[in-house]
Design a protein. Structure first.
Length: 74
């Protein structure tokens, strides 16, 4: 996962509109590692979540906490 990928995934969360940094393009040449574990996943019944799912749920929880406790000023 790259910085750009994280920004794009979080950009799908409506409540974060206007709160995310712009894509820098600095990670355009990054080569990501990829692990193929399809057969093992089937044997064990594992389903890995996508980055988008993980970022959406994480952002949702952080937004819940922000609403509950209020935004923290730096």
């Amino acid at each position: 996962m790259t910085y750009t990928g994280l920004v794009r995934a979080l950009g799908k969360v409506k409540e974060l509109e206007g709160r995310l940094p712009r894509e820098s393009g600095e990670d355009g040449k990054v080569v990501l590692a990829k692990i193929e574990a399809g057969e093992d996943n089937e044997v064990w019944g594992i389903r890995f979540r996508t980055v988008e799912e993980t970022m959406r749920d994480t952002a949702g929880r952080l937004l819940e906490l922000e609403r509950e406790f209020g935004a923290v000023k730096a």
